[in-house]
Ligand binder design. Structure first.
Ligand code: ZN
Length: 640
């Protein structure tokens, strides 16, 4: 079939062949119709097609060094050859990077690929192939061009591989530039359906930004995180966030971006991307795909992304702990049964025939996390009434505690060498039961418990069953008490150390981002904003509607539709207050000082004249917004 790869089952072979052979496509143009028999390729979009292609291409990927002196990487039919020469001696005796050695190596690999393509009935297109030289040197050239079947291959300054643009200096400038253009384009599309007073609500727009725009930005950030270090790229990125913030809040075009970041609660994109990059690295580590940083490159101007991220992770204590996630393990052929009855049908069955009945529970209190186990059994005439509490290390979740408790019940029975018994384990967490019984397990804690149950199930019948919590079932209540006791035993020397869930690392990374954001913000805070802002406003802002959020942004930043500000944009407008003509019409004047508004001020703020500091200290944001609306001083600015 494909390079003589055959499935052991002839039936499957025949079945696949019959699917691939005798395929016809119907082509129609106006009245003309043709039926064409397809002799090559796999069906588009078929589930089996990638697998069949992999069978074909596998031979090429397994070429040895003598045929393929470069590293060949493939994703479906997208292939990239990476050739590296490490500082060979130049003719003049000095070490250097010889472009022609590199060309020779690449040409040899290219010839191998081309020969393989011809043998397999494929064609290597010189138009779709190109070459990029990754180097910091400015002057280099090949003595001859790279060729495929006599046709030259273009040498370009950058290439796109799997959606990431790799430029010849690995500065990532082109990639970030491209990303910013793309995401700004999407945001501009949104802007057409959002005006200052109509269109999507702020919450909807925030959702669009978080769910549709930001993931485009963070794709592959682990690789190109070093690109976010330059001032230029940081400014490009902040331009994207600024546009999003302006659309969400309806802020005036002059409003400072750093104030808008705080109002919308979004950290600057370069900090957020560094966080996402570290999260990506943690996921790769859990899957065992993270490589150590390249050694011996001290002289290079480039820092590898691996080094950058390792430094970030090293600065966070939580990220150094052992993590619960692991490579997915396939668990089929379970030696135990599970049962999740409905609340109603729970009492219908009688479970007294079991030789051993266990109750397990996990609990979290202000002191910590704990699990509890109760085991009642009559084995060989001996009656066992075993109870135990466990105190788990900090960062553990209740879910982990539940799973751990089930595992401990199994461990106890295994240690007692229980055989030929029917064992019932009651657990009040449905999600824990489902996770333990799952066919693909990705966590150490769950895997451990699943293994214990399987070991127990080899010589016993084991049933893991859900029991409704807090329904007065004696055993369950007792296990709950034991778990709470375990949680409160914070001075217990026999603490159980479970690996930590990744959420803990994610939360720690988020705290680092916020801390850095605060630090950067303090260096140059926007003037009006830093007097007006109170941290409690961050809870209030997401709840505001479109009109109120727009006004709130104007109050907080001082960039408001009041005469003083409008006069800066349009010289025909006088900056003075339209009510008293005494002072410039600023947010401060209207809120706290304008003599014509004293009655309203008494109604809202209980004083004739006051200061803005006093107002923001004592009142909620929506109250201040209402005051400003009542003054009627805010002009409507026609949005473009
Ligand atoms: Zn006034």
């Amino acid at each position: 079939m494909t390079n003589n790869v055959q499935c052991k089952s002839r039936g499957v072979n025949r079945w696949i062949m019959s699917m691939i052979r005798n395929r016809r496509i119907l082509v129609g143009l106006q009245d003309e119709k043709r039926v064409i028999l397809i002799r090559k390729g796999c069906p588009q979009g078929g589930i089996l097609s990638p697998f069949l292609w992999n069978l074909v291409v596998n031979e090429l990927l397994e070429y040895t060094w003598d045929k393929m002196p470069s590293d060949l990487q493939g994703f479906a039919d997208d292939m990239s050859l990476v050739s590296i020469v490490t500082a060979p001696k130049r003719p003049n005796g000095k070490p250097g990077y010889d472009a022609d050695t590199l060309r020779e190596v690449t040409q040899k690999s290219l010839n191998s690929v081309n020969a393989w393509c011809k043998r397999s009935g494929l064609k290597l297109s010189h138009l779709k192939s190109h070459c990029v030289m990754f180097t910091n040197r400015r002057n280099w050239s090949f003595d001859r061009p790279l060729k495929v079947d006599g046709a030259e291959i273009d040498v370009l300054g950058s290439t796109k591989f799997l959606g990431i643009i790799l430029d010849s200096k690995l500065s990532w400038n082109e990639h970030i530039d491209n990303l910013c253009k793309k995401t700004k384009g999407i945001l501009m599309q949104c802007r057409r359906v959002v005006g200052p007073t109509w269109g999507f609500k702020p919450a909807t727009m925030r959702w669009v930004y978080d769910v549709m725009v930001k993931p485009i930005l963070s794709y592959g950030a682990t690789i190109w995180v070093n690109g976010t270090k330059t001032k230029h790229n940081q400014q490009l990125l902040s331009g994207v966030q600024r546009l999003a913030n302006v659309i969400i809040t309806g802020a005036l075009p002059t409003t400072p971006g750093s104030a808008l970041d705080v109002i919308n609660g979004s950290p600057p994109l370069h900090l957020w991307l560094a966080e996402e990059a570290a999260k990506g690295a943690l996921r790769l580590k859990n899957l065992g795909h993270w490589l150590p940083p390249p050694a011996g490159r001290a002289n290079m101007r480039l820092t590898s992304h691996i080094t950058t991220i390792e430094n970030t992770l090293r600065s966070i204590p939580e990220c150094k702990l052992e993590r619960d996630e692991t490579t997915p393990k396939l668990c089929i052929d379970q030696q135990f049964e599970i049962e999740i009855p409905t609340r109603e049908s729970y009492h219908e069955k009688d479970y007294t025939e079991f030789g051993a009945t266990c109750f397990t529970d996990g609990s979290k209190t202000s002191e910590g996390v704990g699990s509890g186990v109760v085991i009642n059994a009559t084995i060989g005439g001996e009656t066992i009434n075993h109870e135990e509490s466990y105190h788990l290390n900090e960062h553990c979740t209740v879910f982990q505690a539940e799973v751990h408790a089930v595992g401990q019940a199994a461990t106890y029975l295994l240690e007692k060498e229980v055989k030929d018994q029917s064992i019932l384990i009651n657990c009040d967490s449905q999600s824990a039961i489902r996770a333990i019984n799952s066919t693909i397990i990705r966590n150490h804690t769950i895997l451990e418990t699943s293994r214990k149950l399987n070991a127990l199930g080899k010589s016993n019948t084991v049933l893991l069953r859900w029991i409704p919590a807090h329904q007065g079932h004696e055993g369950n209540e007792r296990a709950d008490t034991l778990a709470k006791n375990g949680a409160n035993m914070s001075d217990n020397p026999t603490m159980v150390k479970l690996p930590i869930p990744r959420g803990v690392c994610y939360a720690a990374l988020r705290r680092k981002t916020i801390a850095e954001w605060r630090r950067n913000f303090k260096i140059s805070p926007p003037k009006v904003f830093s007097t007006m802002w109170r941290d409690r406003f961050s809870k209030e802002l997401p709840k505001l509607g479109k009109r109120d959020l727009r006004t709130a942004t104007q109050i907080l930043t001082g960039h408001a539709c009041l005469n003083y500000h409008l006069s800066k944009i349009n010289r025909d407008i006088a900056p003075t207050c339209s009510l008293c003509q005494e002072e410039n019409e600023t947010v401060e004047h209207v809120l706290a000082k304008c003599p014509k508004l004293w009655e309203l001020r008494v109604e809202f703020f209980d004083s004739h004249f006051t200061t803005v500091r006093d107002i923001v200290d004592r009142h909620t944001l929506s109250h201040i917004v209402n005051f400003l609306h009542r003054t009627g001083q805010l002009k409507t600015l026609e949005a473009k």
